[in-house]
Design a protein around this ligand. Structure first.
Ligand SMILES: Cc1cc2nc3c(=O)[nH]c(=O)nc-3n(C[C@H](O)[C@H](O)[C@H](O)COP(=O)(O)OP(=O)(O)OC[C@H]3O[C@@H](n4cnc5c(N)ncnc54)[C@H](O)[C@@H]3O)c2cc1C
Length: 295
C-alpha cells in the first residue's frame, strides 16, 4: 500500500490514554503522530465531576480536566491529524492505516480509541422516533428545558442525569430492583427535585407523539406510558476496535506482535474504565515503546 505519511509511532485516539502516551513519548524524544476522528479529549469531556483523579481535591469537571490535559499535549507540540481510522492491515513489519482521507504507515501502532455505546435491543422503536433516542453525550450535553428519560442503572446513567438536571427534568429508568451506581451518585441525585429514578422499570416500546416521544414501560407488571422529549440510552459501552482487521488479529496471535501493537485505555480495560487508569496505560506503553526503539 502506498502511504501518504510514514511515522515510527502512530497513536489512534486523543482521549486521556492517547494524550498521556503522546506526552510521555515526547519526553523520551520520540515524535508520535496522533489520529483523532473528533475533538480531542475523549469521553472525559462529558464526565460531570471527576473525583478520583489525584491532584484535584473536591474534584474537577471532566471538561476542565480534559482542557488541562490538552493544554499540556499542545505545549509538547504533539502532531495531531483529524482523521477517522477505518482499517488497519499488517504487512512486512508495518501497519498500514486507512483513514477517511490519507493513508498512513507506522512501525508501532497504539490503539487508544475508547468505547462506543451499546445500542438498545429488544425494544420496539418506531423509525420516526429513532432521531430522539440518543446514545452519544455529544448529542445531548447541550439540551435545555427538555423532559428526558434515561435507560440504565449504573454510574453512566446517574452521571448523565447529574449533568443534565441543571437545565432539564430527568428520570432514570432502571430495569433492576435497585440502582447499581456508586452510592454517592445516588445520594446526590436525591437532592435534586427535577431528578428521579424508577426501579423494576423496563422500556417496551418507543413511538412519536406530537413532537416528543411516548415510552411504554413495564413497571411492576403493569404497562405505564410516559411522555418525554428525549430518551437517552446508558446501558453500557463496548471497545471501539472494529476497524482492526481479522487478518491483523490472526497475525497478532501468530507472530506475537506485542512489541509493536498496543490496545490501551478504555478500549482494553473492560470493567476498569477510569481516567487515571487510561492515563497510566498511556505512560506505561510509551515507556515500553521507548525501550523497544532503543534496542
Ligand atoms: C459520563 C461519564 C462520566 C465519567 N466519569 C468518570 C469519573 O468520574 N472518573 C474517571 O476516572 N473516569 C470517568 N469517566 C471515564 C473516562 O472518561 C474514561 O475512562 C476515559 O476518557 C478513557 O480514556 P481513553 O483515552 O481510553 O478513551 P476515550 O476517552 O473514549 O478516548 C478515545 C478517543 O478515540 C477517538 N476515536 C475512536 N475511534 C476512532 C477512530 N476510528 N479513529 C480516530 N479516532 C478514534 C475518540 O473520538 C476519542 O477521542 C467518565 C466517562 C463518562 C462518559
Amino acid at each position: 500500500m502506498n502511504s501518504d505519511y510514514s511515522k515510527k509511532v502512530i497513536i489512534v485516539g486523543a482521549g486521556p490514554a492517547g494524550i498521556s502516551c503522546a506526552i510521555q513519548l515526547k519526553r523520551s524524544g520520540i515524535d508520535p503522530l496522533v489520529l483523532e476522528k473528533a475533538d480531542p479529549g475523549g469521553m472525559l469531556k462529558y464526565a460531570n465531576l471527576v473525583e478520583n483523579y489525584p491532584a484535584f481535591p473536591g474534584g474537577i469537571s471532566g471538561k476542565e480536566l480534559s482542557v488541562l490535559m490538552l493544554r499540556q499535549f499542545d505545549s509538547e507540540g504533539v502532531k495531531i491529524h483529524t482523521r477517522r481510522v477505518q482499517s488497519v492491515l499488517y504487512s512486512s513489519g508495518f501497519y498500514n492505516i486507512e483513514t477517511d482521507s490519507e493513508r498512513y504507515t507506522s512501525q508501532i501502532l497504539v490503539v487508544a480509541t475508547g468505547t462506543s455505546p451499546i445500542l438498545i435491543e429488544g425494544v420496539e422503536i418506531s423509525v420516526d422516533a429513532e432521531k430522539k433516542v440518543l446514545y452519544n453525550p455529544s448529542d445531548f450535553v447541550e439540551l435545555k428545558n427538555q423532559n428526558i428519560a434515561i435507560i440504565g442503572s449504573g454510574d453512566l446513567a446517574f452521571d448523565y442525569a447529574l449533568n443534565l438536571h441543571r437545565f432539564n427534568k430527568v428520570e432514570i429508568l432502571c430495569r433492576s430492583s435497585k440502582p447499581k451506581c456508586l452510592s454517592l451518585l445516588l445520594e446526590r441525585l436525591r437532592n435534586y427535585p427535577n431528578c428521579s429514578y424508577s426501579c423494576n422499570t423496563s422500556v417496551i416500546s418507543v413511538s412519536m407523539l406530537d413532537s416528543g416521544l411516548r415510552i411504554l414501560c413495564s413497571e411492576n407488571e403493569r404497562n405505564i406510558p410516559r411522555n418525554v422529549d428525549y430518551l437517552i440510552a446508558a446501558i453500557g459501552r463496548k471497545p471501539n476496535i472494529d476497524f482492526i482487521s481479522d487478518q491483523l488479529l490472526v497475525k497478532l496471535n501468530e507472530f506475537k506482535l506485542n512489541t509493536s501493537f498496543f490496545i490501551i485505555g478504555d478500549a482494553f480495560n473492560k470493567n476498569y474504565r477510569q481516567t487515571a487508569i487510561a492515563a497510566g496505560d498511556g505512560v506505561k506503553t510509551a515507556m515500553i515503546i521507548n525501550e523497544i526503539l532503543k534496542e
